[in-house]
Each structure stands twice: as structure tokens, then as C-alpha cells.
Design a protein around this ligand. Structure first.
Ligand code: UFG
Length: 336
């Protein structure tokens, strides 16, 4: 079966993607430096699927370490590149660390692909590249306007990749994720952040009594209930988009960009309400000031992915919050 190299292979989105890929009998080579993940997630993926993966602990910033992986693994069909630092606030405080990690890590990866003749690539990008989109739902041809260093790194990683693809004849699928949430239906893998910067992991920890209350970042946005609206997508749906992307690379040549979202938006208050139903008690919250850099509404137009990849989100809000709560309840300390 086709061999796939996965960077950031122990992380939140990778672990869910790994389950879907192993179910389709892909052979997986995972690389991770554990800067935001633990090996336990890899073990659990193997337990869920009953299949084994090959694992290398390596840092993409270290070309020599990374090259050893490419030297040892012949016939890689495609790379899926998840590895990156991803906290918006931290990226504003430590931009150089973000550029160094995300950009030079990606450059090393692209250089290894060139040297070892790997031609197929799936890139884990983000709706963050659209910044504050002029029109929602946002389409893939909307201007790239990132508004923070993290977003800039994602936009740059895309651009460098497209330039390399053009020069070297690579086939590339760029997936721009909207807001990934939820966990695997088994409750055994999920998001395990050191600190919950995003809404749902925070709500989940409040529901579990680990934190006192959710602060809602503003209720005076230009939205139906005044709180921010986002396109939340179940991580299992997102994982399946990677299977579709690989199938696209098997059948088509070229470079392709897709929004991966549902096209349906929920407000912060709607998310808190849905989570309260999932956990069976009200999740405490308080309205606070706006968070700097936030925007009112971000929503995908996912129709291009449906048309060209044959992929469509299938899971509902209820599945997102129920699975997130199952993961939280079964693993109160995450993977620890
Ligand atoms: N929010 C709160 N309180 C919190 C956390 C978030 O009210 O404690 C609100 C935000 O203001 C926003 C919504 O919940 O309206 C979602 O916020 P998140 O931080 O969960 O997600 P963002 O949309 O801000 O950003 C996320 C990722 C980015 C990614 C982007 C893609 O953090 O990495 O989605 O659109 F690029």
C-alpha cells in the first residue's frame, strides 16, 4: 500500500487523520518532535485501528535529522505536513520563533522532498490566511490577508510550496481548515493543549471544573447574538478530507486549494449552549472585552471541495460537542 510521511504525526489533527488513513490501509511514517504532543496518542491510534505505524522522533528544523528519515524510507508516495506552532497570541509575542519553526522547518521538508524525489504533498493550512475576509462565506480565491505572525507563516508556507511545485512539477493539495473541534468517537484520542487558547477546549475544561468560567470575547459584534461566529468542523470530517486529498493526488496532477469547513456558522453563545447540553449542566460564562485581532464572522464556502474532492462535512454540532465531552470525561488529564 502507498507510503505516506506525516509531519506533526502525534498531534491533534494528525492523530485523527492517521486513524482514517490506517483504516484505508495506507502505510504511515510519522515524524514529530513532541513540542506540542506526546507518544501516547500514537499508541492509541494503533490500538484503535489494530495497525502499526513507523515513528521517528525528529525536529524539522534539523535538516540532518530529517534527512535520515528520507534516507531510510524509500518510495514515499506523499507527505502530509501538519507540523507547526499554531497559537496566535504566542506568535505575536514570539514572531521569530514562529518564523524559524514554521518556515525553516517547512523549507527543510521541501528540500528533502526535492532531494529524494517525493512529488506529492498535502498541506495543513488554515482559514487564518484570509484574515478578516471581506465577504463570507469565503471562497478559495479570496485575497490572502493574514493578520498575525502565525497566519503569515501559514500563508508563506503555502506560497513557498506553490513556487516549488511549479518549478519541480509537484502535485499539491492545500487544505484550509476552518475551526477544528471534537474528538474521535472512541473518546481515546482528542485535543490535549498545554493551555486552551481556542474556544471549545476552554469550554470543555470549564465544564469539567478545571477552570471557573468561560470569558466570552465581546457581545457587541455585528452578528445575530453579538458574539463571534465561526465555522466549526468535526475533526473526524477534517481527517477524512485528507483521505480525499490523497485520492485526488492519485488521480490528478496539479495544485489545488480547498476550504475545509461546513459552511454553517455558530456563535460563541450557541457553542456554550450546545456544550451545556452535552455535559448535562450549564457551563458558566461571563461577557468580557473583545480579544485583539478577532473578527465577527468567519465562514467557509466548502463547495469547491465537494465538487472536486467529493468531500463534504457530515457530522453535526451535536457530534462535535458530544465527542469533545466524551474525550474530556474519559481523559480528565488529557494523555497524562
Ligand atoms: N472565544 C471566546 N472565548 C475564549 C476563546 C474564544 O469568546 O476563551 C471566541 C473568539 O472570540 C471567537 C470564537 O470564540 O469568536 C472562536 O475562537 P477560537 O480561538 O477558538 O478560534 P479562532 O477563530 O479565533 O481561530 C482559530 C484558530 C486559528 C485558525 C483559525 C481559523 O485559533 O489558528 O481558527 O479560522 F487559524
Amino acid at each position: 500500500m502507498k507510503k505516506i510521511l506525516i509531519t506533526g504525526g502525534a498531534g491533534y489533527i494528525a492523530s485523527h487523520t492517521n486513524v482514517e488513513l490506517l483504516d484505508k490501509n495506507y502505510e504511515l511514517i510519522l515524524v514529530d518532535n513532541f513540542c506540542n504532543s506526546v507518544y501516547e496518542s500514537v499508541k492509541r491510534v494503533e490500538e484503535i485501528t489494530g495497525k502499526k505505524v513507523k515513528f521517528y522522533e525528529a525536529d524539522l528544523k534539523d535538516f540532518v535529522q530529517l534527512e535520515k528519515v528520507f534516507e531510510s524510507e524509500k518510495n514515499i508516495f506523499a507527505v502530509i505536513h501538519f507540523a507547526a506552532l499554531k497559537a496566535v497570541g504566542e506568535s505575536v509575542e514570539k514572531p521569530l520563533m514562529y518564523y524559524e519553526n514554521n518556515i525553516s522547518g517547512s523549507l527543510n521538508l521541501y528540500k528533502c522532498m526535492m532531494k529524494y524525489g517525493v512529488n506529492n504533498f498535502v498541506f495543513s493550512s488554515s482559514a487564518t490566511v484570509y484574515g478578516d475576509p471581506a465577504e463570507v462565506p469565503v471562497k478559495e480565491d479570496a485575497p490572502v490577508h493574514a493578520t498575525n505572525p502565525y497566519g503569515h507563516t501559514k500563508a508563506m508556507m503555502e506560497q513557498i510550496l506553490l513556487d516549488a511545485a511549479k518549478a519541480l512539477g509537484w502535485n499539491v493539495v492545500i487544505l484550509r481548515y476552518f475551526n477544528p473541534v471534537g474528538a474521535h468517537s472512541s473518546g481515546r484520542i482528542g485535543e490535549d493543549p498545554a493551555y486552551p487558547n481556542n474556544l471549545l477546549p476552554f469550554v470543555s475544561q470549564v465544564a469539567a471544573g478545571i477552570r471557573e468560567k468561560v470569558v466570552v470575547f465581546g457581545d457587541n459584534w455585528d452578528t445575530p447574538d453579538g458574539t463571534g461566529v465561526r465555522d466549526y468542523i468535526h475533526v473526524t470530517d477534517l481527517a477524512k478530507a485528507h483521505v480525499s486529498a490523497l485520492e485526488k493526488l492519485e488521480n490528478d496532477k496539479g495544485t489545488f486549494i480547498y476550504n475545509i469547513g461546513t459552511g454553517r456558522g455558530y456563535s460563541v453563545l450557541e457553542m456554550i449552549d450546545a456544550f451545556s447540553k452535552a455535559c448535562g449542566h450549564p457551563v458558566k460564562y461571563q461577557i468580557g472585552p473583545r480579544r485583539s485581532g478577532d473578527v465577527a464572522t468567519v465562514l467557509a464556502d466548502p463547495s469547491k471541495a465537494e465538487k472536486e474532492l467529493g468531500w463534504k462535512a457530515e457530522l453535526e454540532l451535536e457530534d462535535m460537542v458530544n465527542s469533545a465531552w466524551k474525550w474530556q470525561s474519559m481523559n480528565p488529564k488529557g494523555y497524562k
